[in-house]
Design a binder for this molecule. Sequence first.
Ligand code: SF4
Length: 278
Amino acid sequence: MAEDRTVERLDISVNTPAGPVTVPVDVPLHFVPVATIVSSMRRIGEAAQALEERDMVAHGAAISCKKGCAACCRMLIPLSAPEAFALADAIKAWPVDQREAALARVADARAQLERTGVLSQLYEIAESERQLDDDTFEPINRAYYALRLPCPFLVEEVCSIYDDRPAACRELLVTSPAELCQDLERNPIRPVPVPLRVGTVLALLWADLVGGPARFIPLPLALEWAERHRQEGGRSWQGREMLERALDKVWWYLSREVTARQRASQSSSSRGQARPRT
Ligand code: SF4
């Protein structure tokens, strides 16, 4: 097979809280839109997550999530802008009937959100010009989850965009019994720790590339958001430069995560030392 001279293969090594990972990525040698970096970032995130899962299993836990269980597909899923553009591109490439069925489900979900008054809040998130914090997201997440609205890409309890699903969906795994996920707010769920939130990395990258806040777009609005912002989505950056800027965000995120875990373990061990002897 002829060598592809439009990309260069690089091995990316990062230290994650569960150990080091090295991931080969193909970097375009020309100017490319931001959606092209999504798959490389996902690969790094999945390698880090796999180490985390291996660690959990080695300590006797079992992952409860499996095909056909879609209880968590009723939560509000946030996407970064690069992921929204990548998803829109993927769906544009689908056969017409499949694409139209997906668009009809999205329109249906949108109508339900409008009837319940949640849609306007989702628009505010998607188009906000200021950086939103967890306190802003919290009541909107709760209002959305209260609807138990199935994700518009869920078909017969199976994800119809599995290979293109957002990072937030890939990162949600639990070791608690699957039936507890029927009510994620009231039940004691044990999530697998997430070493690297790829959606956050990509949101930070987008903010770095075009300015503005690290933006998150609610999944039911992702396709129309990508369409509304298609001019920005069509802008291009040199492949190597975009990768380096994305890796800066990866390293920043991982160092923050390592520090947070060290602090948590120090505080739990100091609590243990303070415990009176029995
Ligand atoms: S994109 Fe797929 S995995 Fe994510 S919430 Fe929707 S159906 Fe579930």
